[in-house]
Write a protein that binds this ligand. Structure first.
Ligand SMILES: Nc1ncnc2c1ncn2[C@@H]1O[C@H](COP(=O)(O)OP(=O)(O)OP(=O)(O)O)[C@@H](O)[C@H]1O
Ligand SMILES: [Mg+2]
Length: 243
């Protein structure tokens, strides 16, 4: 029950150390190492199949690495201190508010604190008027906003987002970008993937560029977008890549 833990040590920095993931056919992630300090928004870029989603799922603990490690500064308790938003959010068959309440319970938030946190999260992200509506009847953009509200309601230190706006129209995309800006200002550390280069330029502080399961460039966003060091990254930005 993390409501009762006084000032727990930060789980950040996150250190990904020589991470490898293979199945019977192929080595899908090879020797990936980087660290995520507190704060900032990191965008993972790369062509389809480069290993971006796999990397996030390993960081979130949804898959076990073949070798290497995902090392948190302090051991997180359950999933409450790091959370993930998927490309196509899966909504439970209950109201928007019920989805947030369920996530809070699953994160180990004490029952007495759940309603207040759920209502605060719904209010903050403009979902208060939709809170009693069945989540599965919400539009794609509304569901994605709810997915983010649900993921952050328990107050994670770091949030992973896998192409959170790929199904959204420009207006809904902007709303999600504004949500992410607000979370960043509040000190939530963000790591996301996108294929929208305009979005990457607007949001990223740092870029991790993946190619064929390897991390081949790790740079400040302005450095990366001005001219990445790796030839594959230059080709990717020019639209000439390659998978
Ligand atoms: N759980 C898994 N077990 C085995 N192979 C997997 C698993 N998840 C993904 N893969 C494979 O790993 C490779 C990388 O997949 P991944 O989903 O990480 O790519 P991606 O960079 O996210 O691509 P996209 O931009 O298309 O989303 C693909 O070849 C995929 O088929
Ligand atoms: Mg993916």
């Amino acid at each position: 029950m993390h409501d009762t833990i006084p000032n727990p040590a930060s789980i950040l920095p996150l250190r990904v150390e020589r991470l490898c993931f293979a199945d019977a056919q192929a080595r899908l992630l090879e020797d990936v190492s980087f660290a995520i300090p507190r704060g900032g928004l990191t965008i993972v870029l790369g062509a389809n199949g480069a290993g971006k989603s796999l990397l996030m799922r390993l960081c979130q603990g949804l898959l076990a690495p073949t070798s290497g490690a995902v090392a948190w500064n302090a051991q997180p308790e359950g999933f409450s201190r790091h959370a993930m938003v998927f490309q196509k959010p899966v909504m439970l068959r209950r109201s928007a508010r019920g989805n947030v309440l369920h996530a809070l319970a699953a994160s180990g938030v004490a029952r007495a604190g759940r309603a207040g946190r759920a209502d605060a999260a719904l209010q903050r992200f403009g979902l208060a008027d939709l809170s009693e509506r069945p989540a599965r009847l919400l539009s794609g953009g509304e569901q994605q906003r709810l997915a983010i509200a649900r993921a952050v309601a328990a107050g994670p230190e770091i949030l992973f987002l896998d192409e959170p706006t790929s199904h959204l129209d420009p207006g809904a995309t902007l709303q999600v970008e504004q949500m992410l800006g607000g979370l960043k200002r509040d000190g939530v550390t963000l790591v996301m993937t996108t294929h929208d280069m305009g979005q990457a330029r607007r949001l990223a502080d740092r870029v991790l560029f993946m190619h064929k399961g390897r991390l081949i460039e790790d740079a400040a966003a302005h450095t990366f977008f001005e001219g990445p060091a790796a030839a594959e990254a230059r080709a990717f930005l020019a639209g000439d890549l390659l998978w």
